[in-house]
Design a protein around this ligand. Structure first.
Ligand SMILES: CC(C)(COP(=O)(O)OP(=O)(O)OC[C@H]1O[C@@H](n2cnc3c(N)ncnc32)[C@H](O)[C@@H]1OP(=O)(O)O)[C@@H](O)C(=O)NCCC(=O)NCCS
Length: 446
């Protein structure tokens, strides 16, 4: 789906309307060329009534300002020791950045306000070392942020905390974003950074259960680069704190923010607190998703082209595999009651979700449906995945003669010469379980 596909975006609107997204921008992104596009994406989110809070870091600017002034800051990202000179530098850099963000939001006709919503106390003395002006979020002024959000104003939160007694502390922006999201029960935290997302041995991780990320942080921390570590740690903390989804994306991709929020594939890493996946019967509204999902497979001749009308006519045969309400795979079971045969068809797993066992789950699902209704044989036709069916799902190669007569006619007329694969559904292949009561008669009557 193209992020600009309005119809595609429409399906998300009821889910996200009035929900809070916390966008956490690395300082380095604010001065990049693509930043104006990010703000344009923010304007789209706002136009869909998504409530956006922007918080930002200032590490890159603190570093640069330090260099300009010939001075080495005692800390760059608000997690080390902030001495008074570094605090001055941080105030300067953060305020400038907040101003740039406000300016950019104004350019997009968005009302925004800089806030002092972070109440902080000193990080204190850790391991005998006083962290001086580095702060820790004590409380988030949720009332202030909600008042702004309710007025349609985008709160902009700098990486600074205030103690209420005239002191300001530097706060790490990742930590701050998570604290805000937790306090406001945000639907998402989106870290917008200079790299593509979390990666394992150079391979981008598309999505990951928070529990799995916690395991990596506990056992294989070194697999993550130092720059990813803070995002990974805070993503895990956010999920533990009740934020359902955390995204880590590059701020250098045009329309990247929209693509991440409004497409199945996304552009970066999604860390999710719990996985909601299910196989369900397809509904009318899914016809488009089935066609969209299978488009690539049709183009590469893995699947036969099905028109909307064909899918519509056989809609009760179709099933959707969805994760988080995103359809990511589909399959159909066409039944030939007289021959007591079923055809597993239109199996397709979106490329972003391949090799996660979804194909096998769908085959098992169709197989158990077929057994449930008393079918004796499952057939499938494949041009490019026949070894998959053989090695992963226990099918054996058959021949066009195995097809029911009506199906054989279509097969001959189609000219695709797909291989025919067969799986006998005998009691023995149920691995000791009793076949369920046949309900074929009921099905064929409907
Ligand atoms: C074939 C397909 C359904 C597999 O789905 P999937 O969810 O990625 O597969 P799973 O996670 O269940 O299984 C992954 C395993 O199958 C193997 N595999 C994937 N596609 C394969 C193919 N076309 N041929 C042979 N093996 C294949 C993988 O290498 C992997 O092997 P491993 O477990 O030894 O590492 C999917 O790639 C697809 O949609 N293909 C295009 C459509 C198609 O051909 N459909 C079948 C016609 S109905």
């Amino acid at each position: 789906m193209k992020p600009t596909d309005l119809r595609g975006i429409l399906q998300y609107i009821p889910r996200f309307r009035e929900k809070i997204f916390v966008l956490s921008l690395d300082g380095a992104i604010v001065t990049e060329e693509n930043f104006s596009n990010i703000l344009l994406d923010v304007a789209v989110l706002r136009s869909l009534n998504i409530r956006v809070i922007i918080c930002h870091g200032a590490a890159a600017q603190i570093k640069a300002l330090g260099q300009q002034q010939g001075f080495k800051p005692s800390d760059i990202d608000g997690s080390g020791i902030t001495d008074s000179e570094t605090l001055k530098l941080a105030l300067n850099a953060a305020n400038r950045l907040t101003h740039e963000i406000l300016e950019g939001l104004s350019t997009n006709d968005l009302r925004a306000a800089s806030t002092n919503a972070i109440v902080a106390h000193p990080m204190g003395i850790l391991g005998g070392v006083d962290h001086l002006f580095t702060g820790k979020v004590e409380r988030v002024d949720t009332e202030m942020l909600l008042t702004l959000l309710n007025q349609g104003i985008v709160p902009v939160v700098p990486p600074l905390g205030f103690d209420g007694e005239g002191k300001t502390y530097r706060v790490n922006s990742d930590h701050m974003a998570v604290a805000i999201a937790e306090a406001l029960k945000a639907t998402k935290v989106i870290f917008i950074t200079t790299y593509d997302g979390l990666a394992n041995r150079g391979q981008l991780i598309r999505q990951m259960l928070a529990g799995d990320l916690e395991k990596i942080l506990a056992d294989k921390k070194n697999d993550l680069t130092p720059e990813m570590l803070s995002k990974a740690t805070h993503a895990a903390v956010a999920c533990q704190a009740g934020v359902p989804r955390v995204h880590i994306i590059s701020g250098r991709v045009d329309e990247g923010l929209l693509a991440e929020v409004f497409s199945n594939e996304g552009i970066g890493t999604l860390v999710y607190a719990n996985e909601y996946q299910q196989i369900r019967r397809a509904m009318r509204k899914d016809i488009r998703s089935i066609q969209r999902l299978t488009k690539e497979g049709v183009e590469s001749d893995e699947l036969v082209k099905r028109t909307r009308t064909t899918v519509e006519k056989q809609l009760p045969d179709y099933y959707i595999f969805e994760i988080d309400k995103h359809p990511v795979a589909c399959v159909a079971l066409h039944i030939y009651p007289e021959q007591q045969k079923g055809e597993l068809a239109c199996l397709y797993v979106s490329s972003s979700h391949e090799n996660q066992g979804i194909g096998k789950k769908l085959i098992q699902f169709v197989e158990s449906k077929a057994r449930e209704i008393g079918l004796k044989e499952l057939l499938t036709l494949s041009t490019q995945a026949f070894t998959y069916f053989q090695s992963k799902a226990g099918f054996v190669e058959g021949s066009p003669d195995d097809l029911p007569a009506t199906r054989r006619e279509k097969y001959d007329a189609g000219g695709r010469n797909s291989k025919v694969l067969v799986k006998r559904l005998t009691a023995e292949t149920t691995l000791g379980t009793q076949p369920s009561k046949p309900v074929l008669a009921t099905l064929s009557a409907t």
